[in-house]
Design a protein around this ligand. Structure first.
Ligand SMILES: [Zn+2]
Length: 413
């Protein structure tokens, strides 16, 4: 059972099944009652409504130098965002600079419409790297579909309140509901962490210094002041948050260095602010680049032959994903297979065998040998083999023979 389904335990299963989807960026299971397309349509209306009063006062993009600076930064971020989610190439990526020197705020709505209030640049004297961190964080919320999630949580709580009011005892697990809402709310710690994680990586790939993620929040914190109209009102920046960002920096440095060594491709801009991006148009990089996935520390560990599968009693989780694991194995989608196995963390021989196959497929021979050897050795014991009396988790693979064959293929060193 996925975490999302487990949390929804008290709800009607039909609703719950329809409600859970996989986060397109992080693989996290999230509540999603609305299709993203609908949330994007609502984002378009919200954007127009937000900008309208500023437009009327002539306060949108009235500083050409600042507008050009923000455009240059967001263009580079968008280019990378599209590499993580190629389907967002069709979004209406655009950014408005709002002349509001007292306001420290910025946003990116579902569908790619962004805005930054000039105070965020002028009041804290933000560097390009710091502007990039703010905008990449906001883009992270949009890519991770937090808008749809937030609206879904609102809808779900309505459904539950109605059920409770109707006296349906099956739904009266208020504790579960509270946990669900706290966990799901997009401006919660979890969603902020997710947007921070995505943002710092996209910014690094676009050639912006990861250290600026920390310095930015320090400046925001110091400015504090008028929280009502600032990013801090929706983005609390406790010390813990800066610590976590600082911990991400070392992993981002190689990406940053790589981007600095080969600057992101330049692309032609449309002469107006609103850029309607159509597939294959001006945002197409000159070379077709491989789609990116977020760096995963567990995956890097796996490649080094140091994977950990710590879960003894995850048979059910493994069983539920068995169809997917078999399919990934059959298709040779090695990275996805490794991610899936690591995510479950089940400690049996078959899981190690899958890691062996994935490492072999990805060309990490030393790691593959270690995982195959582990699989062969665990297959000898009743407690650690996939073939049980009641439950067969082997997925049609014969162990230890298959692991031994892998070892033979790979040779001694
Ligand atoms: Zn945020």
């Amino acid at each position: 059972m996925t975490p999302c389904l487990r949390r929804l335990g008290a709800l009607a299963l039909g609703v719950a099944l329809a409600a859970c989807s996989t986060n397109p960026m992080t693989g996290r299971s999230q509540l999603s009652l609305l299709p993203e397309s609908q949330v994007i349509a609502q984002g378009r209306q919200a954007y127009a409504a937000e900008l309208k009063p500023w437009q009327a006062k002539g306060k949108i993009n009235n500083d050409p130098a600042l507008k050009a600076r923000v455009d240059a930064i967001t263009d580079r971020l968008i280019e990378q965002a599209i590499r993580y989610r190629p389907d967002t190439r069709g979004w209406n990526w655009q950014v408005a600079v709002i002349d509001a020197p007292k306001t420290l705020n910025a946003f990116c709505l579902p569908g790619g419409r962004m805005a930054i209030y000039s105070g965020l640049v002028t009041k804290i004297e933000a560097s390009d790297d710091e502007i990039a961190q703010v905008m990449a964080h906001e883009i992270g919320h949009a890519l991770a579909n937090h808008g749809a999630e937030k609206m879904s949580v609102g809808m779900m709580s309505d459904i539950l309140v109605a059920a409770v009011a109707g006296g349906n005892r099956g739904y009266q697990q208020v504790g579960d509901l509270a946990a669900l809402l706290a966990w799901q709310l997009p401006n919660s710690r979890g969603a902020e962490r997710e947007a921070d994680r995505i943002g710092i990586e996209i910014a690094a790939r676009a050639g912006y210094d990861p250290d600026a993620a920390v310095s930015l929040w320090k400046k925001m914190q110091a400015e504090g002041g008028d929280r009502g109209s600032s990013l801090l009102s929706t983005h609390p920046a406790p010390a813990e948050r800066m610590t976590e960002l600082a911990q991400l920096v070392p992993a981002m440095r190689p990406l940053y260095a790589e981007a600095r060594a080969s600057p992101p491709s330049a692309f032609t801009r449309l002469p107006v602010n609103a850029r309607d991006i159509t597939p294959g148009s001006e945002l197409t990089p000159p070379v077709a680049l491989k789609p990116l996935t977020l760096l995963s520390p567990a995956l890097e560990q796996f490649k080094r032959g140091e994977a950990l599968l710590p879960c003894d009693d995850c048979a059910l989780g493994f069983q539920l994903r068995q169809g997917k694991l078999r399919a990934l194995h059959a298709e040779g989608d090695w990275e996805a297979l490794a991610r899936e196995v690591l995510d479950v963390g089940y400690t049996r021989d078959i899981a190690w065998y899958y890691l062996g196959a994935a490492a072999e497929g990805l060309g990490h021979a030393a790691a593959a040998r270690r995982y195959y050897a582990q699989a062969a050795s665990l297959a000898r014991f009743r407690e650690t083999r996939c073939q049980g009396v009641l439950l067969d988790l082997c997925g049609g693979i014969t162990l230890p023979e298959a692991a031994r064959e892998g070892l033979k293929r790979l040779g001694d060193d």
